[in-house]
Write a protein that binds this ligand. Structure first.
Ligand code: ACO
Length: 407
């Protein structure tokens, strides 16, 4: 139960500095002035909520508005929740709860984005608000020189390392073409490119400035981290993003990364769990993967969310849905999916064949978790024979969802 003295409302343009101070206090952030200026251009006061104790700003959270690619390669407006923090000394009295209430009510009223998503700092925070792990990511590590299968075609056209200005035109062309096809990838406007991807500052973890490796059909962005050992150089390559419109360009870019001199290991901390480079390796065991939660998804308007994506099989099922934090989603509805994977959703009085909370539908929404697995965990209840298997098959997606950036 939130402290009744707390109030929440959206902010004004000149609230940016105090918004940023609360957030960076909450994150115990260093390099504050650098970060303050990096994020200033993307501050949207009308999409940023503050929680106040009297006149003191004690909690903040923002919303960005990219589009996300859903199963079936369809695009959908996304409320991307970012920069959430509560000032130390004001915690565990409901500031975050007040913020989540204000955000979700505002999203419902605006009726623009049917789903919200975030990257969680800690895994125990957001489940109570109906967010669930919708995609995972792999910390992928590959040793220098890891060989590809003999049949892998690598383009003889060399990958070139270019400066930022030259790279930008290609990045702006390739990224949307890839993002349109990849479940979980987001569109980027100019502000997003600069704030989230192209900032040149040296990484806090000792990595160097961003480098741009380009091919006519793709690019790899990475930062080197130098390391000189008694046995010689063993640099780490920290990949920020690899995007390619053809399998050949993809393989060629990875070959370039794996063959860089001075290097011991190539790492990508936000790779897809089904990142294709692991399938290119002659010895797949060379790819070490450590999987963790990535995008947490909240179905804000369940019916619109269900209609927004495409499905893998026809279906006709009646589902009883619960949702304690967003009760407007609760109730029984019939979900019908046609041969093209397009959904129709309508209220229903018929007997339910499945019972599930929106949190668990959110986990299955991008296809990252199967409803069958959630059923085996006791989180989806089958009330009609075969309903879980059929619904799970329809919710399956063409590949693992992936979001290669953080926000
Ligand atoms: C999308 C993003 O930006 S992720 C970044 C989130 N920010 C951070 O992690 C910065 C550091 N942490 C903080 O600022 C705060 O501790 C927050 C935002 C995580 C939580 O804020 P609070 O105002 O303390 O949360 P609030 O009081 O509303 O807690 C609601 C419930 O969640 C629980 N909870 C809150 N934070 C946590 C946590 N880190 N771990 C486990 N449970 C938590 C509370 O115990 C409470 O449970 P209850 O309802 O059973 O009593």
């Amino acid at each position: 139960m939130a402290d009744p003295t707390l109030t929440a409302h959206t902010l004004a343009h000149d609230d940016y500095d105090r918004y940023f101070d609360v957030f960076s206090d909450a994150l115990m952030a260093d390099r504050r002035e650098q970060l303050r200026e990096r994020f200033r251009p993307v501050f949207r006061p009308e999409r940023s909520h503050g929680v106040f104790d009297g006149t003191e700003l004690v909690g903040v959270g923002g919303l960005m508005a990219p589009e996300i690619t859903l199963p079936g390669a369809v695009s959908c407006p996304l409320a991307a929740v970012t920069a959430v923090g509560v000032r130390p000394g004001h915690r565990r009295r409901g500031v975050l709860t007040t913020l989540m209430r204000a955000q979700l009510d505002a999203l419902r009223e605006a009726a623009t984005e049917p789903i919200a998503a975030l990257f969680a700092s800690e895994g125990a925070i957001y489940g109570r608000f109906g967010y669930a792990v919708g995609s995972e990511e792999a910390r992928l590590a590959l040793p220098r020189g890891a060989a590809f299968r003999p049949t892998v075609e690598v383009d003889p056209r060399p990958v070139r390392e270019v400066g930022r200005t030259e790279a930008l035109e290609l990045l702006r062309r390739v990224h949307p073409a890839v993002a349109d096809q990849r479940i979980g990838w987001l569109t980027r406007d100019e502000g997003a490119w600069h704030a989230r991807v192209l900032h040149e500052e040296t990484g806090a973890d000792g990595t160097g400035a961003l480098r741009y490796a380009v091919h006519p059909e793709g690019y790899a962005l990475y930062r080197p981290k130098s390391n000189w050992t008694a046995r010689g150089p063993a640099y780490e390559i920290h990949v920020q993003e690899v995007a390619a419109t053809t399998p050949r360009a993809y393989a060629t870019l990875w070959r370039h990364l794996l063959d860089l001199d001075l290097v011991g290991e190539v790492r990508w901390n936000k790779a897809a769990v089904d990142e294709p480079v692991t399938n290119l390796l002659a010895d797949p065991r060379l790819a070490v993967r450590d999987v963790s939660d990535a995008l947490w998804v909240r179905l804000v308007d369940l019916d619109r969310a269900l209609r927004a994506r495409r499905y893998s099989a026809p279906l006709d099922v009646v589902i009883e849905v619960t949702d304690s934090f967003c009760p407007w989603n609760a109730g029984r509805r019939r979900l019908r999916i046609d041969e093209d994977g397009v959904a129709d959703v309508a209220p229903s009085d018929a007997s339910a064949q499945l019972a599930v909370d929106t949190t668990h539908l959110a986990a299955a929404y991008l296809g990252g978790t199967s409803l069958s697995a959630l059923g085996r965990a006791g989180l989806v209840t089958e009330l009609g024979t075969g309903a879980l298997r059929r619904t799970s098959r329809a919710f399956a997606a063409e590949h693992a969802p992936h979001c290669p950036e953080g926000f």
